[in-house]
Write a protein that binds this ligand. Structure first.
Ligand code: DHE
Length: 499
């Protein structure tokens, strides 16, 4: 046991005595993760009180059952879920100080393996906070490396597919070299973060933060801080950043703001647009690159929680915060051009597109009901609502596959995976590979011939399917695998993947 002596009764005091040495005096994390509602609410898995009593497997978190009486553990767990009394600062200096470069890292001239570099596929294992690096042809595990605690969202590859950047909910960004199979370093870019986006030129990484209300831009070269932008609406209301994505042809990052009805576009290119936009926008900072990253702010009729781009990156399809509708914003004119009939809280971050007749459709699962909405990206009309066996989280396809794969993440049918025909929009098969186990998230190999499916359980596995016959051809044991990410599909913006 780490600590001894009688436990204090007051939860704040108890925290100070028993927890602060690992989780930080202000609950913002140390060797252990941050213990704040923003992080705890989002954690799937055992309840907080249970973790305090019995420890957390595969981490350094010990059991406190013999140190703290159970009723005090409950009080402590409840206290940890109360918000911090003030929004902490996390400025450029603090971020820079958190940077840890790996002293053992030396760049390799060429990969230390002989696999197809464009078919490398990563599998995030959330059970014990690791990533497995897979050869996408043989499915051999080339490396398995530790990540920061609680990785969320898709890792982002640089445009050449050599380096990958991985973000945790506590705001740590890790850089890893796929050639030498070594971590390059890590930095804490925010205190509670949402996701990251890579600039099209590969120079910058944008980090969307909830805590504090900022967007951090890092240099991908050495993880140094290029900018920390406070996020406030035009009327001064501070806002969390729900998500950031890159819009390659526009040389910009586009941000959805959680607390103000605005979209922000942050330019990193040499020639950010200077004029000719509709009235409802303004550029902050000079319209040239003396100060990098000028920001354009577009007022939207409703709050946007998450969004999806069309393939030209001119149109942003946004889901409203109420979860009961959506809107299409034209980034060129800076205005709403259409409404979307999107009930049931669509999960646009995992939307995908494909050619359908002579148009392109976009499909997104609903988080609140067993439905997938399919939307025509020219007329913005709903083409079909596909009924599923429960609310899903992720969808995937590939240019070379006639099918879309869609999981059923929530409810009694969480062990099912629907396979949908892209032409008829009908479910042609429902897979049930491990009855009772959560089966979710799919990624294809570069050629689209194999589909990798996670059995999202502690003693889980990644199932490799023949994407045509829909038969399992290989099983790879893994610790609660979540997302998988193929270098080629990601760096070429395959239409079957979310971006
Ligand atoms: Fe995610 C991606 C938001 C809960 C696992 N999730 C994303 C993205 C967003 C998002 C905006 C796209 C980011 C990117 O890849 O750049 N997620 C949200 C939420 O708002 C939500 C519902 C609640 C929350 O506050 O976080 C949420 N997400 C979860 C989970 O509970 C999941 C299942 C488990 C976990 O790890 O937390 C989860 N989200 C994922 C994964 C991706 C993701 C694996 C990447 C999917 C991909 O294929 O790119």
């Amino acid at each position: 046991m780490l600590f001894g002596g009688p436990a204090a009764a007051d939860p704040a005091e108890l925290y100070h005595e028993q927890c602060s040495s690992c989780h930080g005096e202000s609950r913002l994390g140390g060797t252990g993760p941050a213990l704040i509602p923003e992080t705890l609410k989002r954690m799937r898995g055992p309840k907080v009180a249970n973790v305090i009593l019995h420890g957390r497997e595969a981490t350094q978190m010990p059991a406190f059952a013999e140190v703290i009486p159970a009723d005090q553990v409950d009080e402590l767990a409840a206290w940890l879920k109360t918000p911090l009394t003030e929004v902490p600062t996390w400025n450029a200096e603090q971020i820079a100080e958190s940077r840890q470069m790996n002293p053992d890292y030396a760049p390799a001239d060429a990969p230390v393996w002989s696999s197809d570099p464009m078919n490398i596929t990563l599998a995030v294992e959330t059970g014990d906070h690791h990533v497995s690096v897979l050869d996408g042809d043989t499915f051999e595990v080339l490396d398995r490396f530790p990540t920061p605690f609680a990785v969320h969202g898709g890792p982002k590859f640089d445009p050449k597919g050599r380096f990958v950047f991985i973000m945790s909910r506590d705001g740590w960004v890790q850089k890893y070299d796929l050639y030498s199979l070594k971590e390059v370093g890590r930095v804490r870019a925010g205190l509670n973060s949402r996701n990251i986006a890579m600039s099209a030129d590969g120079n910058w990484l944008a980090v969307a933060n909830y805590l504090p209300n900022t967007l951090t831009i890092l240099s991908t070269e050495d993880l140094s801080v290029a900018d920390v932008r406070e996020v406030k609406g035009k009327d001064g209301t501070p806002s969390r950043v729900s998500a950031v994505y890159q819009a390659p042809p526009r040389e910009s990052f586009v941000l959805a703001l959680k607390d103000v009805p605005e979209i922000w576009e942050v330019f990193y290119g040499k020639n950010p647009p200077q004029q000719g936009f509709a009235h409802d926008w303004r550029m902050e900072g000079p319209a040239h690159t003396d100060i990098p990253f000028p920001v354009r702010k577009i007022t939207t009729p409703d709050y946007l929680d998450d969004f999806f781009f069309d393939q030209t990156y001119e149109y942003v399809m946004g889901a409203s915060r109420s979860g009961e509708g959506g809107q299409v914003i034209d980034l060129v004119i800076g205005q709403k051009v259409a409404d979307l009939d999107l009930p049931g809280m669509p999960h646009l971050g995992s939307g995908i597109t494909w050619k359908y007749g002579d148009t392109t459709v976009m499909a997104t699962p609903h988080l609140k009901d067993g439905t997938i909405s399919v939307i025509d990206m020219e007329s913005w009309e709903t083409v079909k609502r596909i009924e599923t066996q429960g609310p899903g989280f992720f969808m995937r396809s590939h240019e070379n596959s006639p099918y879309v794969w869609a999981d059923v993440f929530f409810g009694p049918h969480k062990d099912k995976m629907h396979v949908i025909d892209k032409k008829t929009l009908e479910i042609i098969k429902t897979l049930d590979p491990v009855p009772g186990a959560t089966v979710a998230h799919v990624e294809f190999t570069r050629d689209g011939k194999h589909a990798l499916v996670s059995v999202w359980e502690d003693d889980g596995e990644v199932l490799v399917y023949d994407a045509k016959t829909l038969e399992i051809v290989k099983r790879l044991p893994m610790r609660k695998p979540s997302g998988k990410y193929n270098v080629w599909n990601k760096i070429t913006f395959s239409e079957g993947t979310s971006h």
